[in-house]
Design a protein around this ligand. Structure first.
Ligand code: PLP
Length: 369
């Protein structure tokens, strides 16, 4: 947050800042989405909707599961949310009790830990790295349970932020089978689905209908500011979650719900955006190590390069601040994702334009040589 605020301040002052800090696409929402929103603004009364969302969108999302994954989902199980961020709040409040332990990876998306803690749950951070394929396994969960006590839930993102790890179908099934057998709620953050560059991407719903899937229009669909996402719920959670959603949010914004229906058909435009990420990824994979940042994790999905910066720093926060001040390149200090080891790592987002990536790499190469 500090680096972002400083980057925004410097930009406003006219400095040529390139932000590789924020995890958001440089591309705006697909054309069809904007057209649908424009039409709705002129012709409809934008209002509250049912707490779990408009039936058109819930049905469209269910159809996406059939066509994209070959999985049948009853639209009743779809809950439309104000971004996946609201989804986490709703899911945690519905599925867990105060004091419950929920396992997450370290490194991982920092809001998991923060939301869990704010809601009185215990975040059990399980370190992952090369020895564990950067993901969780039944063995790691058993170890955590014997160390900390009963684990009530597991939350895993695949592809993951910041590591780009894609957990393969078999590994995912093994994890979900273990959770099902041990009465552990499995939450699958699939927000980076669509952005996989190596290996197939599997929805957790292919393994079990007891999992809770969290997804969003923010990343693949380039709709961060529209604050719209969804969840696929286990049958028993529908009614309790609906009650919490109604009380906390009333509904997700109707304008965004109407527009999001068009996102699933913007295939060609979104494929072109993904091609752009692939070119950026290739560039970063080559040039970051040449500059001295070894790639620290797989980069198989999402749009992040998580790098080892220990050749230059033992304080990634200070390093990021200095880099921003001296060459106007913003990146995220690893401390955000990993409070234990992140002092020597940095995350670069490559969701910007190719020209920006090239320019940022040139500046860093000159600065660090
Ligand atoms: C892994 C992961 N999950 C969820 C989110 C939140 O996204 P949103 O609330 O925009 O859907 C992010 C954002 O960076 C993320 O990286």
């Amino acid at each position: 947050m500090d680096v972002l605020a400083e980057a925004t301040r410097r930009s406003r002052e006219g400095h040529p800042v390139i932000s590789m800090a924020v995890g958001q696409p440089a591309h705006g929402a697909p054309r069809a989405v904007v057209d649908a929103a424009r039409e709705a603004l002129l012709t409809e009364r934008i209002a509250y909707t049912d707490a779990l969302g408009k039936s058109e969108l819930r049905e469209r999302i269910a159809r996406h599961y059939r066509s994209h994954y070959g999985v049948e989902i009853d639209p009743r199980r779809v809950a439309v949310t104000t971004g996946s961020s609201a989804g986490f709040n709703l899911a945690f409040l519905t599925m867990f009790n105060v004091g419950d332990r929920v396992a997450i990876t370290r490194p991982g998306y920092p809001a998991y830990r923060n939301i869990l803690t704010a809601l009185g749950l215990e975040a059990v951070e399980i370190p992952v790295g090369p020895a564990t394929d950067f993901t969780l396994s039944p063995g790691l969960l058993e170890e955590a349970a014997s160390r900390y006590g009963r684990i009530a839930g597991v939350l895993l993102a695949s592809p993951a932020n910041p590591t780009g790890t894609v957990t393969g179908g078999q590994a995912l099934s093994a994890l979900i089978d273990y959770c099902d057998a041990n009465g552990i709620t499995f939450l699958s953050d699939e927000i980076y689905h669509g952005l996989t560059y190596s290996g197939a991407e599997t929805t957790a719903l292919a393994a079990s209908d007891r999992v809770l899937v969290i997804n969003s229009f923010s990343k693949y669909y380039c709709m961060t500011g529209w604050r719209i996402g969804w969840m696929i719920l286990p049958e028993a959670a529908i009614r309790p979650l609906e009650r919490v959603a109604q009380s906390l949010y009333i509904s997700a914004p109707e304008l965004s719900q109407i527009a999001a229906c068009a996102a699933f058909d913007a295939t060609d435009e979104l494929k072109a955006v993904k091609q752009g990420y692939m070119a950026n990824r290739k560039l970063l994979m080559k040039r970051l190590p040449e500059i001295g940042f070894d790639i620290a994790s797989p980069m198989d999905g999402a749009f992040y390069a998580y790098v080892d910066a220990s050749r230059f720093t033992n304080d990634s926060m200070q390093f990021s601040k200095t880099m921003l001040a001296e060459i106007n390149v913003a990146a995220t200090p690893g401390r955000d994702f990993d409070p234990v080891e992140g002092h020597r790592t940095i995350r670069f987002s490559y969701a910007g334009s190719f020209a920006e990536m090239e320019e940022a790499l040139d500046r860093m190469a000159a600065w660090l040589s």
